[in-house]
Design a protein around this ligand. Structure first.
Ligand code: SAH
Length: 469
């Protein structure tokens, strides 16, 4: 290992282990170096972006030797689009690392007694697993390192794909993405080609002008296909023929919407998608449950693995048919409805009122009449009056966002002392922190990670907790 201080480049670094958030690490003179886009076993040169007393971070910019277990990534955009960082690892190894990451977090941060882990539930489909994808149109293409400096090549090209991580105004021009089944690529490319051949402008995110902005595609295993084309301004004369063309080319589209977004950000929550064709939503199935998904609804993005995650959750809830179950952070109520046939009553709580409306509709759609849903902040809603009104919980299922549970909610759970808690988490670090707090009264009795996002570092983990006797 040689140090080149001037350019802050470390040469000949042997990558030793995995770290959090998809990075790997090496140790040099007692200092930990977090390294992006390398895996253990690689020998690389690292350009540091940050260097502190005990740790530093950077990116592998030159590979002197590849780890022997690497495989050839199947996607031509690997390493550029930033979406599937682990394609260079065999899937079994990705799973092994995810399991280890959960274990490390729960042991190191959680510091609680743990049962043996049940084996991680790997995905049956490691490609085409997303039911929802959003592509971005832009007027600035991300140039590959070998293209930079080519005087004949301008970055100002109309493209469609994904934002480059860390470079908000540049778009990776995607030819083929493997995350969603066809016609996902067909639809994106057709819109792009149509817009180029009709001289329609692509969104310029620096100046906030341009017609073609985003497209969202939801493809369900029920076969229903919803497309929402998002425009930067309204232009009916251009919009209508384009949408007609799309419908003609892809008759499998069951619902076509468009949305006019003149805001500075891409978020849909305060916009009004308009139905152009079809009923305006799709129906997705989990087991024999049906879920109505509109353009703004939240739903697990991997249907197959979502179903398995919920099966683990239901198993961990140990239901017999007599229980009052609380589904906290319930989103559109999917977990609560999924477990409802084994419960006496289900009470769901969620911050977003539109999601609660969806939850109620989904209950109705599935003929479930013993599930109630309430909109509001869990820490405000779940007070003594709420629990005495709806009944003391036998089982609390909690599925918080990445930040984990609010401490006040943890305190409330300890106070209310439901016999069983099932904690579904998308961030083992915050789950570990919360398990540590819950340890005051609860023992962790079962643990099972579930892989929802093959080729990424993301991991979902389900833990069963029982009140100590
Ligand atoms: N259980 C659902 C969704 C989990 S995602 C499912 O499986 O589909 C986490 C959810 O927590 C999101 O829907 C988010 O809107 C909600 N949320 C975040 N903070 C919250 C809070 N303070 N109170 C209630 N819900 C909250």
């Amino acid at each position: 290992m040689k140090r080149n201080n001037k350019h802050r480049i470390l040469e000949n670094v042997l990558v030793e282990d995995y770290a959090a958030e998809g990075k790997s690490l090496a140790r040099i003179d007692g200092k930990v170096i977090f390294i992006e886009n390398a895996v253990p076993g690689d020998i690389v040169d690292v350009r540091l972006s940050k260097s502190k007393k005990d740790w530093a971070e950077g990116k592998a910019i030159n590979f002197r030797q590849y780890a022997s277990n690497r495989v050839t990534p199947f996607c031509e955009h690997f390493g550029v689009c930033g979406g599937c960082q682990w394609q260079m690892l065999p899937y079994e190894q990705q799973l092994g690392f995810k399991q280890k990451q959960v274990m490390d977090n729960l042991q190191r941060i959680g510091k609680v007694a743990l049962p043996p882990f049940e084996p991680i539930l790997g995905a049956t489909d490691t490609r085409y697993y997303r039911n929802k994808i959003e592509y971005t149109f832009g007027n600035k293409r991300y140039l590959l390192p070998e293209e930079v400096g080519d005087p004949n090549l301008s970055a100002f090209q109309d493209v469609a794909g994904y934002h480059v991580k860390g470079l908000f105004d540049k778009i990776v021009d995607i030819r083929k993405c493997h995350l969603q089944a066809e016609p996902t690529n067909g639809i994106r490319l057709a819109l792009k080609d149509y817009a180029i051949s009709h001289n329609l402008s692509f969104y310029d995110i620096r100046n906030h002008v341009g017609f073609m902005r985003n497209v969202q595609i939801r493809y369900c295993r029920s076969g229903e296909l919803m497309v929402n084309v998002i425009f930067g301004s309204e232009d009916e004369a251009q919009r209508v023929p384009m949408l007609d063309y799309l419908l003609e080319l892809f008759p499998s589209i069951t619902t076509l919407l468009y949305t006019i977004n003149t805001k500075w950000n891409d978020s849909l929550f305060d916009l009004s998608p308009e139905i152009y064709h079809g009923k305006g939503h799709v129906i997705e199935t989990l087991e024999d449950f049906q879920f109505k998904i509109g353009p703004k609804s939240f739903f697990q993005t991997n249907t197959g693995q979502g179903e398995r995650l919920y099966q683990v959750t239901r198993e961990y809830a140990d239901l017999t048919g007599n229980e009052i179950v609380y589904d906290l952070y319930c989103g559109t109520g999917s977990i609560g409805l999924f477990v409802s046939r084994q419960a006496r009553k289900v009470i769901g709580v969620e911050l977003i009122s539109e999601a609660i409306e969806d939850a109620k509709e989904n209950a109705f759609l599935n003929n479930i009449h013993h599930a109630e849903f309430y909109a509001g902040d869990v820490i405000k809603i779940c007070d003594d009056a709420f629990f005495s009104k709806h009944g003391r919980p036998d089982v609390i299922i909690t599925d918080p966002p990445r930040a984990g549970m609010h401490e006040k909610l943890v305190e409330k759970i300890l106070e209310i002392a439901a016999p069983t808690v099932v904690y579904v988490s998308c961030n083992p670090a915050t789950q570990a922190r919360d398990l540590n707090l819950l340890d005051a009264k609860y023992e962790v009795t079962r643990i099972r990670p579930v892989d929802m996002f093959p080729h990424t570092h993301h991991i979902e983990n389900v833990a069963q907790l029982k009140l100590r006797g």
